[in-house]
Unconditional design. Structure first.
Length: 113
């Protein structure tokens, strides 16, 4: 079912309704997602200060998907932004030493001393 969300409270109410319908306790959901019970309560109450990533993890755990409706004219700009972000993430990963490299460096350092 689709439901229009206009506020943090709207989203929190949907989460709470789905959780209750599924008979999932708030502390069980919180533990599964790795957040405090208070954080989950804050989301369900529509507190605007909760991190978006946390909200998305809670929604995902309950099987709630989020989509946005935006002007089609913005699609080329979105794709360009996503490509740049992906390239930056790949560059950051390639500049970090791998676990193997790091452990090898430690072994060498220990062997020298």
């Amino acid at each position: 079912m689709k439901y229009h969300i206009n506020s943090a409270s709207d989203l929190g109410h949907v989460l709470k309704a789905v959780r209750r319908t599924a008979k999932v306790r708030i502390d069980d959901l919180s533990e599964t997602v790795g957040v405090s019970k208070q954080t989950t309560t804050n989301v369900e109450q529509g507190k605007v200060t909760v991190q978006l990533g946390t909200v998305l993890r809670l929604l995902s755990e309950m099987g709630i998907t989020v989509s946005v409706d935006f002007p089609e004219a913005a699609l080329p700009a979105l794709l360009k932004i996503q490509q740049r972000a992906q390239g930056a993430a790949e560059a950051a990963r390639s500049s970090m030493p791998s676990r193997q490299d790091t452990s090898g460096m430690r072994e060498t350092a220990e062997g020298d001393g």
